[in-house]
Each structure stands twice: as structure tokens, then as C-alpha cells.
Write a protein that binds this ligand. Structure first.
Ligand SMILES: Cc1cc2nc3c(=O)[nH]c(=O)nc-3n(C[C@H](O)[C@H](O)[C@H](O)COP(=O)(O)OP(=O)(O)OC[C@H]3O[C@@H](n4cnc5c(N)ncnc54)[C@H](O)[C@@H]3O)c2cc1C
Length: 439
């Protein structure tokens, strides 16, 4: 009896860190996880399916459509499996983090909570609510920033001075900052013991009002191992596959890594360093460079969100604050969404978006230009629709790109640089896209 209470005392004294997973669903290159393991006796991994992420928006779209919700469920299931392989698990809850975290902290006598900081306001508000609640329990919420290729601290400028012009951001960052090595994947973890790990929600629980009967089978499967496999395949056989199957030229090959990057199943540094390894075998391929530029765009939009915040969500963007959304022709908007505009290429691309959750950058540009400049519908309706449909949706990349295409972004050099007719010529010069997508 005496020994048991001694152990209980030791258990209470041990340092237990709750690791709150969000868009960082991986074990590789995860500083937050590595530090939690190093600085604690035991960790308690937790993931929340937050009902707010599955609600309707004010644009009558869903914040998360069925394909991305499914991809998310698969990704969390894969993370659970990775922890189970190490003899542990992850608590999975359907609910708001600010409601549940204080309860978990008390119940398991957690000493500190770790999480990754996001940049868009809805996500940072949740962090602030959690921080307030934990503060009352005298528990610290530690923030990590692990989503970018370049760490914020390594940039040659503070956030407020980051150049608005992408070309300048790229030039100075590549010249003056380095990409850090990846953190090692943990091989051994001590978990806080519990048998209340919680069940993965079904798609119908997340989207109870959506008709899921006609949900297409996605070509993309969520999860860290799927991401690493896809990266390997792309780096080692991507060129052959792409050239054999599609209407692409060598410099138009796309990696399709974005869905995994968005949920953090894949780290951008992992992509970078694995690409450097591949370069040793195959030399510098033009599309390797294209990926690095893509990752820099991704960092840029994320840092711009940190710099300017909600401006990117305003219909006027960085333009005149009073600019109205304008009258929306609901019939035309609905035809655009349903791939029924009558323009064969635009419709083929929207059809691909609706059925797979992915279209290439060139295709995104084309359908966005069509909505904004041909149908004269305000860009925010398109951005909200992409938010629902894209597997790779992230607030900064989506709303940042849309604002720039609409000419209301913060990079003055991009204003008026887009043209529908020009884009039409670059996007499918051989007319093969239509054949591919409808096949
Ligand atoms: C209107 C519009 C909306 C967009 N919405 C999103 C979005 O919600 N989420 C998203 O990840 N990307 C978005 N993009 C950017 C880009 O189109 C996609 O990242 C890219 O098509 C993903 O395909 P990939 O993985 O094959 O890219 P690759 O060309 O192989 O590039 C490698 C990676 O770099 C990043 N990247 C490349 N280009 C961009 C870019 N212009 N901006 C930001 N990141 C980039 C992606 O993470 C991508 O996976 C949008 C672009 C437009 C024009």
C-alpha cells in the first residue's frame, strides 16, 4: 500500500506533455514532437476534429468538402497507426480544442501543452482561447512554427519587413537563408497511459447534412506513409510517368504533393532534402527547381498572412476598402461550380476539381480567370468554392493566390499580369487535356 502511493506520487511528479496535433500529421521532421519527447517523461498526443471546420460559410459553401474530409480522416488514422506501432496511441475527439484541452490537462495532470501555430485568424483565435483556458490552470501552451521550408527566425528580415514582391522575397531568402536539416523520426516514445483513446469519426458524423451517396473514389489517400511513397515515386519515376501519360512537357511536370503538404503529412524540408539526394543520382531536373520555387511561394503566402492577416479575406483585398462584392449571377456561378459553363476546357478542369479535389496550378489560374474576368463574378466566391473542394486547401495559399489573380493582392507586380486568353494558350496547347480528363 505504501509502495503504491509512493509510485502514485512519482507518477504525479513526472513531466507530461500533451502534444496537440493540427496540420502536422506526421512523425518525421516534427520539431514539436521531438522536443516534447526530449523534455518529458511521457507524452499524450491528441487530435480534434473541430466541428467548425465542417460548417457552411457565408458564401453558401462548405469549409471542408467530402473529399478533403475523407483525406483528413485517413491522415489521422495513419498517424494513429504510427503511434500504435510504437506501443501507444493518439486521443481523437470530435469537439472544440478550447472545451476539451483543459479537461484533459486536469485529468492526466499534464504539465505543458505543445502545438503548432497557424497564421489565419480562425486558427489563431482557437490558439488564443486555448491559451487563456490553460493559463487559468497555470499550464503553458508552447507554440511551434513548423510549416515552412525556411524558418521564420532564419529569414533575412523580420515579418513586418518581408518584401511584398515575391521576386524580392525569393531572391533575398535564397541568398541569405538556409534550409535546416530535418528532425529525426522518433523511434521510441513513452505515452501517458490511458484506454480512452476515442474513435475516428465517420464521414457522416463530420458532414451530417451532405449527400455522400455519389462521392467519387479519390486517387489520393491521406497519411504520412502515403506521402513519403508518393514523394519517392515522383522523384524516382515521376518524369517517365508524367511524360508517358499526359500532355505535359518536361518543365510542366507537377508533383501533386500539395494535399499531403497542406495537412503536414509531409514536411517541406523532407521534400527539399530528398530532392537534393535525387539530384545526386539524376542531376538537376527542371521540375526539381520548379518544386523549390513552389515551396517558396507557399512560404511567401504564409508569411504574408502573418504580416497582413485578414486583409486577404476582404473582397477588396488590398484595394479600396469600400469595394462591394457586387451582384452575383447565381445561375452563372452555379454553372461554373458544376462544370457547366459551356467552355470545354474550363468545364473539364472544374470537373476534375469536383471529382478528384486536385487541379494543377495552370488549371487553377484558368478557371479563376474565367470566373473573375469572363463571368465578372467576385473572386471571393471562387476562393470559397476552392476552400470546399481542394484537397490541398490552406487559407494562405488559397486566398493569397486568388487575391493576386483578382488584382487585389499585395504584390503590385502581379496586378494585371493575368489574362484569360493568354492562359488558355499556355494551359493546353496540344488540346490533349480534354482527352485525358474525360478518359
Ligand atoms: C486560385 C488558386 C488557388 C490556390 N489554392 C491553393 C491552396 O489552397 N493550397 C495550395 O497548397 N496551393 C494552392 N494554390 C497554389 C498551387 O496551384 C498549388 O500549390 C499547386 O498547384 C499544387 O500542385 P503540386 O503539388 O503539383 O505543385 P508543384 O508545382 O509540384 O509545387 C510544389 C509545392 O509547392 C507549393 N506551391 C506551388 N505553387 C504554389 C503557389 N502558387 N502558391 C502556394 N504554394 C505553391 C505547393 O505546396 C506544392 O505542392 C492555388 C493557386 C491558385 C492559382
Amino acid at each position: 500500500m505504501q509502495i503504491a502511493s509512493q509510485y502514485k506520487w512519482l507518477w504525479m511528479m513526472s513531466k507530461k506533455i500533451l502534444v496537440w496535433f493540427r496540420n502536422d500529421l506526421r512523425l518525421h521532421d516534427n520539431e514539436m514532437l521531438v522536443e516534447a519527447i526530449a523534455k518529458s517523461d511521457e507524452i499524450l498526443p491528441v487530435y480534434f476534429f473541430d466541428p467548425r471546420h465542417f460548417q457552411q460559410t457565408s458564401y453558401h459553401t462548405l469549409k471542408t468538402g467530402a473529399l478533403r474530409a475523407q483525406f483528413l480522416i485517413e491522415s489521422v488514422a495513419a498517424l494513429r497507426q504510427s503511434f500504435q506501432n510504437l506501443g501507444g496511441n493518439i486521443i481523437i475527439l470530435l469537439g472544440k480544442p478550447e472545451d476539451h484541452l483543459p479537461v484533459l490537462v486536469s485529468k492526466y495532470e499534464i504539465t505543458e501543452v505543445y502545438h503548432h501555430r497557424e497564421v489565419a485568424s480562425e486558427e489563431t483565435d482557437v490558439s488564443a482561447h486555448v491559451e487563456d483556458a490553460l493559463w487559468k490552470q497555470r499550464v503553458n501552451l508552447k507554440h511551434f512554427i513548423g510549416h515552412t521550408l525556411y524558418n521564420k527566425e532564419d529569414l533575412p528580415f523580420p515579418i513586418k519587413d518581408i518584401p511584398d514582391v515575391f521576386a524580392q522575397f525569393k531572391k533575398k531568402t535564397e541568398r541569405d537563408a538556409g534550409v535546416k536539416p530535418c528532425f529525426l523520426t522518433p523511434q521510441k516514445i513513452n505515452f501517458v497511459p490511458t484506454d480512452e483513446w476515442g474513435a475516428l469519426p465517420a464521414l457522416t458524423e463530420l458532414l451530417p447534412h451532405v449527400d455522400l451517396g455519389t462521392l467519387p473514389t479519390s486517387a489520393y489517400k491521406g497519411g504520412e506513409q502515403e506521402a513519403l511513397n508518393h514523394l519517392y515515386e515522383f522523384l524516382h519515376t515521376g518524369e517517365d510517368m508524367a511524360l508517358a501519360n499526359a500532355s505535359l512537357k518536361k518543365n510542366e511536370i507537377v508533383s501533386k504533393l500539395s494535399p499531403w503538404l497542406s495537412l503536414g503529412c509531409l514536411s517541406p524540408r523532407e521534400v527539399y532534402w530528398k530532392m537534393k539526394e535525387a539530384e545526386l543520382s539524376y542531376g538537376l531536373k527542371p521540375y526539381f527547381n520548379q518544386i523549390v520555387v513552389g515551396l517558396l511561394w507557399r512560404d511567401y503566402y504564409r508569411f504574408m498572412f502573418k504580416k497582413y492577416g485578414n486583409v486577404f479575406f476582404r473582397p477588396a483585398g488590398f484595394g479600396h476598402a469600400e469595394m462591394p462584392v457586387g451582384q452575383v449571377d447565381e445561375l452563372q456561378l452555379s454553372a461554373w461550380k458544376n462544370a457547366n459553363t459551356g467552355h470545354p476546357l474550363v468545364d473539364a478542369m472544374l470537373y476534375e476539381l469536383n471529382t478528384t479535389g486536385y487541379i494543377s496550378h495552370a488549371a487553377r489560374l484558368l478557371v479563376a480567370l474565367y470566373l473573375i474576368y469572363e463571368l465578372k463574378i467576385n473572386w471571393v466566391f471562387g476562393a470559397a468554392y476552392f476552400e470546399e473542394k481542394l484537397l490541398d486547401y490552406t487559407p494562405a495559399s488559397n486566398w493569397g493566390n486568388w487575391a493576386n489573380v483578382a488584382g487585389v493582392g499585395n504584390d503590385a507586380r502581379l496586378t494585371n499580369s493575368f489574362d484569360f486568353e493568354k492562359q488558355l494558350k499556355v494551359v493546353d496547347p496540344k488540346g490533349l487535356y480534354l482527352q485525358d480528363v474525360r478518359a
